[in-house]
Structure formats: structure tokens, C-alpha cells
Design a protein around this ligand. Structure first.
Ligand code: PEP
Ligand code: MN
Length: 338
């Protein structure tokens, strides 16, 4: 981090700034030019509050040279992180598909979908038990019963399960859940992230629809700095001017995140597009973009789904999609071998 000072800084203020920086455990490299003085801060600058320094009278500008995230930063962890749950591995060349309904609705529904997506090649079953719905009048999920049904489906199929936590008060229900999902609306629920950092469970962290990639990685940092390195990122589309799709799938986030971080990143084309017919093309595009996996909403009877039926594909369409993904991954391997 460098601090550019205004010309002729008041010596007293400069001394107290330097002392304050040293108290944070940082070294200072001073370069005094004819017109301005620059302080180079050496050490762990993630503790420094940029806004506070910028507001000082003698300071012209503060610039970060290094990203504010450490645990998630590829610079300090060059190898890809591989997250494992059940027989599934994600990251470092391992690709997995998580599939299932938006929400768990009944035993018959979750059992049928679980068996069919497993046959089609899904590695894990998703299903919401706690649903963050825009309308308080919409179906809110089966809650604890939903988690019980997911665990029954896990017993029957052996598929690990992925389900969303909305609040800390629900954490005791997640003991046997394989992957805890943090939804887009909770990406910056820092208290929740901190608590999940105390667990060792894989956390599927979805990108907030109005959050930058840096904010996304800072949220991962909250979980990791608490002691839980098992974070899977999920790009699920962001809000833009476009209204033809529910969100705009930011596929460029995939190579960007892979450059900045060692964490695996998967894509959710269902919430990104909001239309069943766009799920397959964007899934294939996600594969080509380098995603480590996909999370897809699959329902046995989409028109009658209690949540997100318009973007849910049938188990048969999922089987087709899975074949397409396989072919795309094979041709990607050929292309990378050139
Ligand atoms: C979901 O996965 O069911 C969900 C609510 O997604 P998001 O948080 O991305 O909107
Ligand atoms: Mn959904």
C-alpha cells in the first residue's frame, strides 16, 4: 500500500501518521520527491483502514498494491484448492454437478428427483428447506422437515446434500448436511459468515447480485479467516440493465476469480437466466469459461413447482445437459492439449 502525501505536510501530523502505522506492525519506506512524499507500507496491510487514512489532512491519496484478501488470495496459495464432500471433488481439475429442485416440496418429489439426477451423473443433490423469497406470501420452504427429507434422499441414493442456511439460529439443523449454501442475499451477512468460519463444513458461497468480485472474495475471506478453508464460490448472475433474463450471468468472473483466487468456482445458470431454455447453453458456456462445476435446478414437474418452476429443467433435460457437458469437457481437454 502506498500513501501519497500533499506537498509540505505538517511535520507533527506526518510523525503521528508514521507512528500510528508502525503501531500496526508495518514498516515504512519513505521516498521524498521534489513535489510530493510517498510512504510505502510494508507488511500485512489487510488491517489498514484505507478510508481513515485517506481522510487525513496531509494525505492526497492512498493506493492498495495488494488485494485486501489473504486466505483466498492465489498469491499466497498458488495451487488450486480442491473441496471434497462424499465422493465429490470440486476444483483443481475436478468438475461436479449439483442438481435438484429449488425447494424440497414432498418426499415423493425429492426422492424422484434425487434418483433421476443421480442416474444422469449429478454428484450431489440440492434442495432448499429455508427459502429466501421476495414475497412473504410465497412458499417459504419446509424448513426442518425439508432437511429431514433431504437426509432421507441422501440415505437412499448416497448423494451428498447441499442446502441453504438463512440464519444462524438454523445452524443446529445442518449437522448432517454436507455442504451449507449461503445465498446471494446473505453474501454479506458477516455474522453468519463468521460463524460458518468456525465450522469445518464446505460452504457454497453465492455471489450477491449487486456485489463486485472483490466483495465476493472478501466474503470468502470472512469464512476462511475464521478457520474454515472449505469455500466453494458460485457465480449466479448479477443485476444489470437487462430484463430479458432474471440476472446477467457474469461468465468473465470465472477466469478473473481463477486468476485472483485458488478457490473453486461453480456456475448456477438457473438463477442467472431465470429461463429453463437458457440453462443448457449457459451451462456449456460455463464449462468453456473454466468453471469447476454447475448447480442446476431440476424438478420432476416444473409447471407445478412451488418455487422457480420457470427456470427448472426436467430430469430428462438434465440428462441431456449432462451429456453435453461431458462432450464439452472432452473437447476442452483436447483444446488445452494443443
Ligand atoms: C437458490 O439457490 O435456491 C437461491 C435462492 O439462489 P440465490 O441465492 O442465488 O438467489
Ligand atoms: Mn431457486
Amino acid at each position: 500500500m502506498i500513501i501519497i502525501l500533499k506537498p509540505n505536510p505538517a511535520p507533527k501530523q506526518l510523525e503521528s501518521l508514521k507512528e500510528w502505522i508502525k503501531k500496526m506492525g508495518l514498516d515504512i519506506h519513505v521516498s521524498a520527491g521534489a513535489h510530493s512524499t510517498i510512504l510505502g507500507l510494508v507488511g500485512d496491510t489487510s488491517v489498514v483502514d484505507i478510508d481513515l487514512i485517506s481522510a487525513m489532512e496531509i494525505v492526497e491519496k492512498v493506493q492498495r498494491i495488494q488485494e485486501p484478501y489473504k486466505a483466498a488470495n492465489r498469491k499466497f496459495h498458488p495451487n488450486d484448492t480442491i473441496i471434497q464432500f462424499g465422493n465429490v471433488k470440486i476444483g483443481g481439475g475436478h468438475f461436479a454437478m449439483i442438481a435438484g429442485p429449488c425447494s424440497v416440496e414432498s418426499r415423493a418429489q425429492i426422492m424422484e428427483v434425487a434418483e433421476k439426477v443421480q442416474q444422469a451423473g449429478a454428484g450431489a443433490l440440492r434442495g432448499g428447506a429455508f427459502k429466501p423469497r421476495t414475497s412473504p406470501y410465497a412458499f417459504q420452504g419446509l424448513e426442518a422437515d425439508g432437511i429431514r427429507l433431504l437426509l432421507d434422499a441422501k440415505k437412499q441414493t448416497g448423494l451428498p446434500i447441499v442446502t441453504e442456511i438463512m440464519d444462524l439460529s438454523q445452524l443446529h439443523l445442518f449437522d448432517e448436511v454436507d455442504v451449507i449454501q449461503v445465498g446471494a442475499r446473505n453474501m454479506q451477512n458477516f455474522l453468519l459468515l463468521k460463524e460458518l468460519g468456525k465450522t469445518k463444513k464446505p460452504i457454497l458461497l453465492k455471489r450477491g447480485f449487486s456485489n463486485t468480485i472483490q466483495e465476493f472474495l472478501m466474503s470468502a475471506e470472512y469464512i476462511m479467516s475464521g478457520g474454515n478453508p472449505n469455500v466453494i464460490l458460485c457465480e449466479r448472475g448479477i443485476r444489470t440493465i437487462e430484463t430479458a433474463t432474471r440476472n446477467t450471468l457474469d461468465l468473465s468472473a470465472i477466469p478473473v476469480v481463477k486468476e485472483l483466487s485458488h478457490l473453486p468456482i461453480i456456475v448456477d445458470p438457473s438463477h442467472a437466466t431465470g429461463h429453463a431454455k437458457y440453462v443448457k447453453p449457459m451451462s456449456l458456456a460455463a464449462v468453456v469459461s473454466g468453471a469447476d462445476g454447475l448447480m442446476i435446478e431440476v424438478h420432476n414437474d416444473p409447471p407445478c413447482a412451488l418455487c422457480d418452476g420457470q427456470q427448472s429443467i426436467t430430469p430428462e433435460a438434465f440428462a441431456q445437459l449432462a451429456k453435453g457437458v461431458e462432450i464439452m469437457r472432452e473437447s476442452m481437454a483436447k483444446e488445452q492439449a494443443i
